[in-house]
Design a protein around this ligand. Structure first.
Ligand code: HSE
Length: 350
């Protein structure tokens, strides 16, 4: 009998509990194990969660989870570095597998945590950290592993894509569109991480670290958000046969790697131009495969929870199988734009 614990009962945490309990029978079949949620850690009082069919599982005491040998897999869905980093490190050291949606944790502390997971022969999975419900991490690691990938680029933040879509299609103001994204559960706890490009930066660092094999430091990445964009910028792009998207891009040219996040002109013929609302799309350029594009809902309760639950199933099935990159820091060169017009950057070949 395996027991799992969930840290955090916010948008993704509550979604994970719901998706897991709804699909429990099929999870038991897929893992061949009798498995259940034993604990949900949240510091808020359980009464704040309204009518909750699993109210008996709540605890405020992390040590109870850490010291319970029955718990083999823990889903860290708190977000941020503190206290998530200390919790995850302690859990890995105690021999428990981790699945997480926490892109800040993976981008900043991933290399160190992968090493602990390997040493302890447990799993550390993070599919939900990039692209919400799009299965991009495992695909890059397994299905495209034989190809040499020279570029990953795309729309990696659902909140900003939702805002840009509302501004351009519905003539909605920035603040109103942001509020709507928050109401839909797309935005980060601190939405400035979305609108200033930080969230997309962490995600492209995770993808770049995976495909290039060395740790890409988010602090070294050229990052611009959408806060300075105006309706005029959007109209300018549209009158020139395209649209504006927040593009995250990592590109390798021989030994030079450049990584950037910025509002960019996207030609209407590009596969990224029709990606709207909360949808994300990730373009992977492989030497043998050519262009492959992954598309799906990049944020929101259930798409992200689905990726977390999938990782839980994988952790139950493959304990010790950890995706990773090395601790050596990747040197980054400044990005090259073919043109800059006001707030808009132009890339070749997007
Ligand atoms: N705030 C993030 C987004 C959530 O809007 O994409 C998913 O990582």
């Amino acid at each position: 009998m395996s027991k799992i614990a969930i840290l955090g009962h916010g948008v993704v945490g509550s979604g994970t509990a719901e998706v897991f309990l709804k699909n429990k029978e099929s999870i038991i079949k897929k893992t061949g194990q009798s498995v259940d949620i034993k604990y949900i850690l949240d510091l808020r009082d359980v009464s704040e969660f309204g009518e909750c069919e699993y109210a008996d599982k709540f605890t405020k005491d992390f040590e109870v989870i850490l010291n319970d040998d029955e718990v083999t897999v823990v889903a860290e869905l708190i977000g941020g570095i503190t206290p998530a980093y200390d919790y995850v490190k302690a859990l890995l050291l105690s021999g428990k597998s981790i699945v997480t949606s926490n892109k800040e944790l993976v981008a900043k502390k991933g290399a160190e945590l992968f090493k602990i997971a390997k040493d302890k022969n447990v799993s550390f999975f993070f599919e939900a950290s990039v692209g919400g419900g799009i299965p991009i991490i495992r695909t890059l690691n397994q299905c495209l592993a034989a190809d040499k990938i020279n570029e990953v680029a795309g729309i990696l933040n659902g909140t900003t894509n939702f805002i840009l879509t509302k501004m351009s299609r519905d003539n909605m103001g920035f603040e109103e569109a942001l509020r709507l994204a928050q109401d839909n559960g797309y935005a980060e706890r601190d939405p400035s991480d979305d609108i200033n490009g930080t969230d997309a930066c962490r995600k492209i660092c995770i993808l770049a670290s995976m495909v290039f094999g060395k740790r890409v430091n988010p602090d070294k990445v050229f990052t611009e958000g959408i806060t300075s964009l105006t309706k005029e910028d959007i109209a300018f792009c549209e009158s020139n046969g395209g649209t504006v998207k927040l593009i995250a891009r990592a590109i390798k040219d021989n030994d030079k790697v450049s990584v950037s996040v910025c509002p960019a002109f996207v030609d209407k013929n590009s596969q990224l131009a029709g990606v709207n609302d909360v949808y994300n799309a990730i373009l992977v350029r492989g030497e043998a495969t050519g262009d492959v594009v992954f598309y799906g809902k990049g944020a929101g309760k259930y798409p992200t929870a689905s990726a977390v639950v999938n990782d839980i199933v994988n952790a139950l099935n493959n304990s010790g199988n950890t995706l990773s990159w090395g601790d050596e820091e990747q040197e980054i060169t400044p990005p090259e734009f073919s043109k800059t017009c006001g707030n808009i950057r132009f890339f070749d070949n997007i």
